[in-house]
Write a protein that binds this ligand. Structure first.
Ligand SMILES: [Zn+2]
Ligand SMILES: [Zn+2]
Length: 268
């Protein structure tokens, strides 16, 4: 068995494959959210505090709840991931296994397409889950974090975890994609997702003075979504929020306020 087969768990039963996928996703989540936690909430807690969008740290009871729901989410992601791989192995999706089938150009093209598609998928499912009839079952748990920590990144109710995991089968049904390309999209996803929930604004102040502000999303944008409950529904890009007029009216001024705070001088 080569490494690729091992990572995809190709020779395993559905149960073993689900457990293996859950562990893989768990390790990835622990590395990304854990690094953000160690850096922002421990090592550079004071040095970076002037960039903390909400100028206090979440309570430990909130962090424990986020970790608990994240574990449940990982199991659901593992089940849906393993199911999608099994369906793909059976030829039910457009997933392909040899890069040469579509060439290197499409390998990278599919990553870009999948990122833009995921951004749209996230925006519209997110807005749908804010509907008053769907919110309690799908999205209330995620919004229990009004001052999120990195562990809020996967803090979802089971129903929302199913919606979020749905991007995997949906992408494999609508476009030919290699599992490694999808894996790279998911690395992009976890980076943005954790950065958005860590609660620190790391973009430079000048971002809001350039056309980049129409495209790139920022941690300030998503933290405000948790704080205000309304507006700022986007994930990677600010394009849909701009098009649909759903940016919070204070978004740009809040970004400027956070990025203009004085850097504390070092104590001797
Ligand atoms: Zn929301
Ligand atoms: Zn969030």
């Amino acid at each position: 068995m080569n490494l690729f087969d091992l990572l995809l768990g190709n020779q395993r039963s559905f149960l073993e494959r689900s457990i293996f996928t859950t562990i893989e996703l768990g390790i990835r989540y622990f590395i990304f959210a854990g690094s953000a936690w160690v850096l922002g909430y421990w090592l550079f807690r004071n040095r970076w505090f002037h960039r903390k969008i909400i100028a206090r740290f979440p309570m430990s009871s909130d962090v424990r709840r986020e970790m608990g729901y994240s574990l449940l989410t990982l199991v659901i992601f593992g089940l849906i991931g393993a199911g999608t791989i099994a369906a793909s192995r059976a030829g039910c999706t457009q997933m392909y296994w040899k890069i040469s089938e579509y060439g290197g150009g499409w390998f990278f093209g599919s990553i870009v397409c999948a990122i833009f598609f995921h951004d749209a998928y996230f925006y519209w499912t997110h807005r749908l889950m804010h509907h008053r009839l769907l919110f309690p079952v799908f999205h209330r748990v995620h919004h229990l974090s009004t001052n999120p920590s990195p562990w809020a990144s996967y803090s979802f109710a089971p129903a929302e975890a199913v919606v979020e995991a749905g991007i995997f089968p949906v992408i494999t049904l609508i476009m030919p994609i290699h599992p490694l390309a999808f894996g790279l999209v998911m690395l992009w996803q976890i980076t943005f997702n954790v950065a958005g929930h860590t609660g620190f604004e790391f973009h430079p102040k000048w971002l809001m003075n350039t056309p980049l502000r129409f495209i790139l999303n920022t941690p300030t944008n998503h933290v405000m979504h948790h704080e205000k409950m309304r507006g700022n529904y986007g994930l990677y890009f600010n394009i849909w929020d701009r098009l649909m007029g759903t940016n919070h009216p204070d978004y740009e001024s809040r970004f400027r306020e956070v990025t203009s705070r004085p850097v504390p001088t070092t104590k001797h």
